[in-house]
Ligand binder design. Structure first.
Ligand SMILES: Cc1cc2nc3c(=O)[nH]c(=O)nc-3n(C[C@H](O)[C@H](O)[C@H](O)COP(=O)(O)OP(=O)(O)OC[C@H]3O[C@@H](n4cnc5c(N)ncnc54)[C@H](O)[C@@H]3O)c2cc1C
Length: 391
């Protein structure tokens, strides 16, 4: 029979939300156990594009709302963490790009140009030309305008490795979870038969949270899934590009990020409108054909002859919203000792941790337990989709 454990905070789900929160709690002296049933970050987090949004994309189709102000501070917080001087020491994370770009393929700008020139945007966006353009757009045939956004793009596998290191001995591989109740109150969880008691229990299990709530006999908070059908392209001639390409509508036509594969080649990861509704309805072969057509039309100078393609279906897990409006704040609900939430974005993991820490502060929860966590089974790191699909 595995031994019982007492800890200050028990976290279920080791994506970026659970891992970031875990590292912040440990830094403040709390003892934690972070349970993961599969691999660290292996669901949404490693499938994300790694963009640390500052909300400018949202500001594009409306004024800067309160919600976009909340996200506006994220690039600064991540930059400080990456420099080793922030709330966490993430100096082993590889920065892929110091900026994300907004790119209009010409003829479409209209109001956007005046928007960027407006007072609201001053200092947050700059137009770039010539050698300042992203390498993939430096071609004589390129027409259009490119704006540099004060947002960064990080290498997610190195983020997961850094956060796993900060987790020390707190990680536990565990699959079968049952509630542990005393006098009708949830006091912990039984994980693969091992009792873990905690002052607070946090569910940060992404899409898995829905089933976890059911297992605890709860139906709230309600969750929604937003399906995406992403496209991957790998080839020796691809050059780095980190950009939203504007279309006619409020959403980017495509969002391209570029990731280093283990063999040294670059992988383009394509999302945006291409990966949403129509893209979700397409079979993989038709989705690849649609992506090839977009690349041929937007970047006609790119030689596609040696490019290999794949698609990846993944759901974003978020709190239920009416009308599928995209939330851009971390979300946290509570019920006695249980805290349940979704960061809704990789970029908002610090905000998610803030929400949890604020509840602990409010309830006067202080570091108390000393858990013996030696000899626990450990989860492995998640593997990037391009290494699995385009080795
Ligand atoms: C294609 C795509 C691109 C994206 N791009 C960006 C981007 O560029 N920038 C950005 O800010 N955001 C982006 N996002 C959003 C971002 O990826 C997510 O908001 C974020 O990763 C969610 O983190 P999480 O920790 O909540 O969830 P997840 O990363 O899904 O982690 C949840 C973890 O919980 C585990 N789990 C589930 N059930 C259980 C259980 N019963 N017991 C134990 N463990 C369990 C899972 O195995 C998983 O490891 C993107 C998302 C997608 C899908």
């Amino acid at each position: 029979m595995p031994s019982a454990i007492s800890t200050d905070v028990l976290i279920v789900g080791a994506g970026v939300a659970g891992l970031w929160l875990n590292a912040r709690l440990r830094r403040q002296g709390y003892s934690t156990v972070l349970v993961e049933r599969a691999s660290l970050g292996g669901e949404q987090t490693i499938k994300s594009q790694g963009i640390i949004h500052g909300g400018i994309k949202y500001a594009l189709h409306g004024s800067l709302t309160g919600a976009s102000e909340a996200i506006a501070d994220m690039p600064r917080r991540w930059r400080e963490a990456l420099a080793g001087s922030g709330e966490l020491n993430l100096d082993k994370v590889r920065l892929l790009s110091d900026a994300h770009y907004l790119w209009s393929p010409g003829g479409l700008l209209g109001n956007v140009t005046s928007f960027f020139a407006s007072k609201a945007m001053r200092g947050r966006v700059d137009q770039v030309k010539g050698e300042q353009l992203p390498p993939a757009l430096q071609d004589r045939a390129f027409k259009g305008k490119v704006y540099r956004l004060a947002e960064l793009v990080i290498d997610v596998p190195s983020l997961l490795a850094n956060l796993a290191e900060l987790a020390g001995d707190s990680l536990l591989a565990g699959e079968h979870i049952e509630p542990l109740r005393e006098a009708d109150e949830l006091v912990g969880l039984r994980i693969d038969g091992r009792e873990i008691r905690a002052q607070r229990i946090v569910l940060s299990a992404g899409a898995g949270t829905e089933d976890l709530l059911k297992a605890l006999g709860l139906s709230q908070p309600a969750m929604q899934r937003r399906p995406l059908h992403m496209v991957l392209a790998k080839g020796p001639n691809l050059k780095p590009l980190y950009a939203h390409c504007l279309g006619g509508g409020p959403k980017p036509r495509i969002t391209v990020t570029t990731h280093p594969a283990a063999d040294g080649q670059w992988v383009w990861y394509l999302g945006g409108d291409l990966a949403e509704a129509d893209g979700v309805a397409r079979e993989p072969a038709a989705q690849i054909a649609a992506a090839q057509k977009e690349v041929a039309s937007l970047l006609p100078w790119v030689d596609q002859s040696q490019v290999r393609w794949a698609t990846l279906r993944v759901d974003r897990a978020e709190p239920a919203q009416s009308g599928q409006v995209r939330p851009d704040n971390a979300f946290l609900a509570e019920q006695q000792r249980l805290l349940v939430g979704w960061p809704t974005k990789l970029a908002l993991a610090p905000d998610f941790a803030d929400h949890v820490l604020a509840k602990l502060e409010r309830d006067g929860i202080r570091p108390a337990a000393q858990a013996d966590l030696s000899d626990l089974p450990r989860p492995a790191l998640g593997v990037p989709a391009w290494e699995q699909l385009l080795p």
